[in-house]
Design a protein around this ligand. Structure first.
Ligand code: HEM
Length: 404
């Protein structure tokens, strides 16, 4: 592969079992059908598009990879060109035994106690976004609403200015949609982010504040200061992991409910009935789980009986596992009152999402405020929803009619 391989160079996928590609245009809108089709044939699909890489699609196969840190390393958590440069962003890019200390350092910032205090702030923020739509009968539920809510959360938690939101989204777009096929983009995004974060960490050393940036600026493990490149990595990870993930989940929920007025009516009638809202928002996470991770194979092994070799790559296709009929009753149905829902949208094993409390709060509040404000909204029949492909899948533009 040359270094300037771009999306245009690769033909559309016609065989998802032997030639899958998560940057193919069909992935965004059709991934669930794709995983279901593959699962009917094999628990694991392969491709040669990024060197040899695998795609498990059953709960068992995904779980095997996620729990096996002896054969699958997180040093690189995308599936990309085999010569892609790697940059540490702990804890997500750490393997045992290092992983634990990095995770432990950040964990207190994401506790339910810290996150629950943010609820009223999120409600006020969502209502302000809704107020901005005053007088309009059409809107873009992703662009004018969903995309702003997680940025608000991350900016508060980290202590970075909300005015930098467009820059964060641009980094995220280039990192997930372009970098897997283009090393130059990966390096450029990395450089820009590091310059930005380094300045902020310096400021916090001079003037400490009550935020995560200050914690990172002073981070120590075993009484030793953490290396600067790892500190930069912590903050890069927060920005990369904390924004388009929840944005995608919320936007998927809004896209779904726009087409299911009967479910909206039940939820809105339930008003403060916490249980139904909670089961509905967990079902959004199961059905539309946005995040697929990657691993590097570091020793020969098998996944669900399929051989994988050292040096190859594999996806950890958590969203596909969420649609496995062996793991969920009526897996293909979206049930807002699904009582038993052990979905794996937030991962499995040691890397399970650190931000899940925050993500759940943003999703729940974001859905409640929108559905209560616009109980009759629907997709605009004259316009198309646009989807992001790849590692973080979800709608990026959802034209809707508000039907106040
Ligand atoms: C709906 C929203 C989200 C989803 C679906 C999601 C999903 C995931 C998944 C699947 C993993 C496992 C990674 C792996 O196995 O390699 C993960 C890890 C992680 N997530 Fe999230 N995430 C979401 C939101 C967030 C938010 C808001 C943050 C806050 C910054 C965050 C921070 C992290 C971190 C730091 C890790 C790494 C944990 C570790 O390696 O120990 N995530 N997430």
């Amino acid at each position: 592969m040359s270094n300037d391989t771009s999306e245009q160079d690769l033909p559309p996928v016609t065989d998802w079992v032997n030639d899958w590609d998560w940057l193919d245009e069909q992935w965004g809108p059709n991934a669930i059908d794709i995983w279901n089709q593959v699962r009917a044939v094999s628990p694991v699909a392969t491709t040669e598009r990024y060197g040899r890489a695998h795609m498990p699609v059953t709960m068992q196969a995904v779980s095997e990879v996620a729990h096996d840190t002896e054969h699958f390393s997180s040093v690189f958590v995308s599936v990309a060109r085999p010569d892609a440069p790697r940059f540490p962003a702990p804890p997500i890019t750490s393997d045992p035994p290092d992983h634990k200390a990095h995770r432990r350092l950040l964990l207190p910032s994401f506790s339910p106690k810290v996150v629950n205090q943010m609820e009223e702030g999120f409600r006020t923020f969502c209502r302000a976004l809704i107020d901005e739509l005053d007088g309009q009968n059409s809107a873009d539920a992703a662009v004018q609403y969903a995309q702003h809510i997680p940025v608000h959360g991350i900016c508060q938690l980290l202590g970075v200015p909300e005015s930098d939101a467009d820059m964060f989204r641009d980094w995220i777009f280039r990192n997930f949609q372009l970098a897997p096929r283009d090393n130059a983009v990966r390096i450029q995004v990395q450089t820009e982010m590091d310059e930005y974060v380094a300045k902020l960490l310096e400021l916090r050393l001079e003037t400490p504040e009550d935020d995560l940036l200050t914690l990172v600026a002073n981070a120590q493990i075993d009484d030793e200061p953490v290396r600067q490149d790892l500190k930069l990595g912590y903050v890069r990870l927060m920005i990369i992991a904390g924004i388009d993930t929840t944005w995608s989940a919320l936007a998927s929920g809004l896209w779904h409910f726009a087409q299911h007025p009967e479910q909206v009516a039940r939820l809105v009638a339930a008003a403060n009935e916490e249980l139904l809202w909670n089961t509905a928002s967990e079902e959004v996470l199961r059905y539309y789980a946005p995040v697929t991770m990657g691993r590097k194979v570091i020793a020969d092994t098998e996944v669900a009986g399929c051989p994988v070799r050292k040096g190859e790559q594999t996806l950890v296709t958590f969203p596909a596992a969420n649609h496995d009929p062996e793991a969920f009753e009526n897996a293909s149905e979206f049930l807002i009152d699904r009582a038993k829902n052990r979905h794996v949208a937030f991962g499995l094993g040691i890397h399970r999402c650190l931000g899940s409390n925050l993500a759940r709060l943003e999703l729940l509040v974001g859905l409640q405020e929108w559905l209560r404000a616009f109980p009759n909204y629907q997709l605009d029949p004259t316009a198309e929803t646009a989807w992001a492909n790849g590692q973080v899948r979800g709608p990026r533009s959802i034209p809707v009619l508000l039907n106040r």
